[in-house]
Design a protein around this ligand. Structure first.
Ligand code: NI
Length: 258
């Protein structure tokens, strides 16, 4: 049983169409998928896919790179309205901070406002959060400590040190690992894979991006998550089945899926 807890399969890169992508995933060993939204429009697409496939769940949210796409108040209002339209929405995400693409302080401040407001929304709706943190570890931790998510969450595509991992785990959060753990020179995620308590680990693809070895450079698919699982198993000297089952149960627990 495999659960890809983070894939953007509404992306235009999938020329074959969403239905074909989902069907291929189900034929290739994927049991559950979580599709996060990154703006209002894509959150709607995520809801639509989840409503059509039993195995697909979704999250809604405004990504830090999308904070200029909508006014904050209007964004929160629309997310609240969207939430009422589906019982397959299991988290607010993906939300957070991105200092890789964004350098100016004005936009970083806007990212902070969106992040905090969406944590509060998640608390109000009794939902966990899916956090995007790229080159903003210190600030992410500061906000999470000050505005505690009451229903937990995952730090998706984790790229930090063991020390940062421990801080995140102390908050009761899960850690998501993706394709980079399979890349030869990516030492940080390999170190995390070796040391993380298994009950706190999620596997994800972030499809269509971050494609694992041996397909790196090509478009990513949720069923390639098996390469992430195999690499983690190899690093930890577990068998793949153990990783598969633990991460499947962890994902269901975090997102409240029965
Ligand atoms: Ni993502």
């Amino acid at each position: 049983m495999i659960f890809d807890t983070h894939c953007h399969i509404y992306d235009d890169k999938y020329e074959e169409g969403i239905d074909k992508v989902v069907e291929t995933c189900l034929m290739n060993g994927i049991s559950l998928m979580m599709i996060p939204g990154d703006n209002i429009n894509n959150s709607k697409k995520a809801i639509d896919i989840a409503s059509r496939f039993e195995e697909v769940y979704c999250a809604i949210g405004i990504h830090p790179e999308e904070v200029d796409s909508i006014d904050l108040e209007e964004g929160i209002k629309q997310l609240k309205e969207l939430y009422l339209t589906s019982n397959k929405i299991k988290a607010i995400g993906e939300i957070g901070l991105d200092r890789y693409w964004v350098k100016d302080e004005k936009t970083i401040n806007k990212q902070k406002e969106f992040f905090i407001a969406q944590i509060e929304l998640a608390n109000e709706l009794h939902l966990p959060i899916i956090v995007h943190d790229r080159e903003a570890h210190g600030l992410t931790l500061e906000i999470l400590k000050k505005h505690t998510p009451k229903y937990g969450g995952v730090l998706h595509c984790f790229s930090g040190s063991l020390e940062y991992m421990n801080e995140i785990l102390k908050m009761g959060f899960y850690i998501g690992l993706d394709g980079p753990v399979t890349w030869k020179k990516a030492e940080a995620p390999k170190l995390v894979a070796r040391n993380i308590p298994l009950e706190k680990l999620l596997v994800e693809t972030d499809s269509p991006y971050l494609t694992p070895h041996p397909y790196r450079g090509k478009i990513n698919y949720p069923y390639y998550v098996k390469y992430v699982i195999d690499e983690i198993a190899k690093i930890r000297e577990n068998n793949s089945r153990e990783i598969e089952e633990a991460t499947y149960e962890n994902g269901k627990r975090l997102f409240g899926i029965r």
